[in-house]
Design a protein. Structure first.
Length: 212
């Protein structure tokens, strides 16, 4: 019943976007998306840094200054809140990864999906992640993923995979350890199926933890 309710709401959202924009070209939709992202950045006092600056800062972002690095080739913006305990996925390694997340629809100005609180607070999103010589791929595990329930797809949004090159994937085995946490601005082309189909960007807060 919960799944049907979520799908119905997402379908209504998709219909609203489609009906409002049926006369718009794809280029016009992309321009509106860019404007929405720029406005979100301005409204939230985000300092955008280049990849070269990010690299010079030892692949970190200054959280106190609310820095996000822009990856020009994808349009994804990332803030590393915590690099996390453990180590990065090694080349050739495949690992289970557990996520908690909040998905905020930037154009609708609202939280769209979360497993941090509420009914789905018990449910981690579980995905299988592989590092193939530096190229990261992943898929959600059916029955163990809110994203799969909502969007009926095992495909992990490309934007979610960007942090794996920079954060550690470990477990919190003591009080002093913390798992990796990032914030992302993900354009439609790098997002989940509904965002891609209706051309809207999302902001995410995501934690990554190595599963068992």
């Amino acid at each position: 019943m919960r799944k049907k309710t979520i799908l119905a709401l997402l379908a209504l959202l998709a219909l609203t976007f489609t009906s409002c924009r049926k006369d718009e070209t794809y280029a016009e939709k992309k321009e509106k998306e860019r404007s929405a992202i720029n406005q979100y950045i301005a409204n939230h006092g985000i300092e955008v840094i280049s990849e070269s600056t990010f690299s010079a800062q030892d692949s970190t972002t200054n959280v106190d200054r609310n820095q996000y690095v822009l990856f020009e080739n994808t349009g994804v913006y990332m803030q590393i809140v915590r690099k996390g305990t453990g180590e990065k996925l090694r080349s050739g390694e495949t690992a289970p990864v557990l996520c908690r997340f909040t998905e905020f629809n930037i154009m609708a100005d609202s939280v769209q999906l979360t497993n941090n609180v509420g009914y789905y607070g018990y449910l981690y999103d579980k995905m299988t992640v592989k590092n193939n010589s530096g190229t990261i791929s992943a898929s959600f595990v059916q029955g163990k993923s809110l994203m799969y329930v909502a969007y009926n797809s095992t495909s992990v949004p490309s934007g979610w995979l960007v942090p794996f090159r920079y954060v550690n994937i470990g477990r919190q085995d003591s009080r002093d350890e913390e798992i990796a946490k990032v914030k992302l601005i993900v354009p439609a082309a790098q997002g989940q199926p509904n965002a891609s189909a209706n051309v809207y960007p999302c902001h995410y807060e995501i934690t990554y933890e190595r599963g068992l």
